[in-house]
Design a protein around this ligand. Structure first.
Ligand code: ATP
Length: 374
């Protein structure tokens, strides 16, 4: 049974969207820097933060609407973990071939743990350029929201300077907030329970938000199955290698010292491997106890993933409450069909993708076309 929602893609390109007229209207001014690298070299150290250069030249008094339209366009796909953000991003990028994707999942920024952090495998990216996906060395430490603002801001400028359109995709709402607000204050966290200010709706880009939402009950069921599927596709071996205390060379850091230490799966399996080291070195003991410890780790991963989804939805609602114009797409019916999928019924996959097309992709395409034509 496969739960990974990536069946065959239909490559409709919308010929009625006048791509060239759109592109020529897209930037009011010529690009400043043609020399921005499109694909940065591998595993950069963390960036120094530079103030952003002004994107546009001011030309007298304008209305807020005009000001908004002068900014660079950015499509943002929000949603809890597992809600189908990557799938929707590809569905849109294959229809509107000028989109390039910028990752905003804080764990997927780093190289390593591809299965555990659920990075889209290269063949599944369908040739769509992806930025900030596995590009940073986790041994250089955690990204701060301010550093994310700087690197993602640079990736977005480089895409718009090449007359392409950036699409921000990922679940780290604190990073998305840090990147998008006009005035970011590094010291404050708008998502902290005690925060007594409001979320600013003054944004740096001309933003169009698509929020893929799935009812928490259905999403929980899906996420538990997804964890089982990730384990089937090699998550345990990946974590065994990552968490193995004997793995470290002299100059290597231990798993617990890298930015990936917090990825769901690492703390849960570190505890398990301490008791039952990988590759059968010692800890043979009682098979039943080992089995129980393993099942306990899997249960904890499922619980923590569902808790993450719940927190993410809370943060999205907070952004919405702050005046961010999020267009909600309800993917619950599509996910109900995914969790009902059985390996014996060949029509199941078709059923879910039909619902997804009708209830999520079609309305998204409408919103995106309107946004691009503005
Ligand atoms: P916080 O302010 O709590 O850090 P956030 O919105 O900045 O939240 P999230 O993306 O919600 O960031 O991630 C919070 C935590 O969830 C991470 O520190 C990690 O433990 C876990 N997590 C998030 N994304 C992933 C992922 N792709 N794989 C594994 N774990 C993840």
């Amino acid at each position: 049974m496969t739960l990974h929602p990536f069946p065959t893609h239909s490559h409709h390109h919308y010929s009625n969207l006048n791509f060239y007229s759109y592109i020529s209207r897209f930037h009011l001014f010529p690009p400043v820097n043609h020399l921005c690298p499109t694909t940065p070299s591998h595993h950069h150290p963390l960036p120094h933060i530079k103030p952003r250069r002004g994107a546009h030249i001011s030309s007298g008094p304008t209305t807020p609407r005009q000001q908004q339209q002068r900014k660079d366009k950015l499509l943002i796909i929000l949603g809890a973990t597992g809600a189908g953000k990557s799938r929707l991003s590809l569905d849109l990028a294959t229809r509107f071939p000028f989109f390039e994707i910028v990752n905003s999942d804080k764990m997927q920024l780093y190289a390593g743990l591809d299965i555990t952090t659920n990075k889209l495998p290269i063949p599944d990216r369908l040739g769509v350029p992806h930025h900030l996906l596995g590009e940073f060395d986790p041994r250089h430490g955690d990204f701060t929201p301010a550093q994310f603002r700087a690197v993602a801001g640079q990736a977005i400028s480089s895409i718009t300077n090449r007359r392409k359109v950036p699409m921000l995709v990922g679940g780290s709402n604190s990073f998305i907030h840090a990147l998008l607000v006009d005035r970011f204050e590094p010291g404050s966290n708008v998502f902290e329970p005690g925060f007594n200010g409001s979320v600013s709706s003054e944004l740096r880009y001309n933003c169009c938000f698509l929020w893929v939402d799935v009812s928490l009950t259905v999403l929980t069921e899906y996420l538990c199955k997804r964890v089982d599927e990730m384990l089937d596709s090699g998550m345990l071996d990946e974590l065994a290698e990552f968490c193995d205390p004997d793995r470290q060379d002299e100059d290597e850091l231990t798993a617990s010292q890298t930015a990936l230490r917090k990825a769901i799966g690492v703390p849960e399996f570190t505890r398990y491997f301490e008791k039952y080291p990988p590759q059968g070195r010692g800890g043979e003991g009682d098979d039943r106890e080992r089995r129980e410890a393993y099942e306990e780790a899997v249960r904890a991963i499922k619980d923590n993933t569902c808790q993450l989804a719940k927190r993410q939805i809370g943060k999205i609602l907070r952004l919405k409450g702050g005046g961010w114009d999020l267009r909600r797409l309800d993917a619950t019916d599509a996910f109900r069909a995914v969790v009902a999928t059985t390996s014996s019924d060949k029509d199941d996959g078709k059923r879910w993708s039909e619902i997804w097309e009708r209830q999520v992709v079609k309305p998204s395409v409408k919103v995106v076309k309107r946004f691009l034509d503005e």
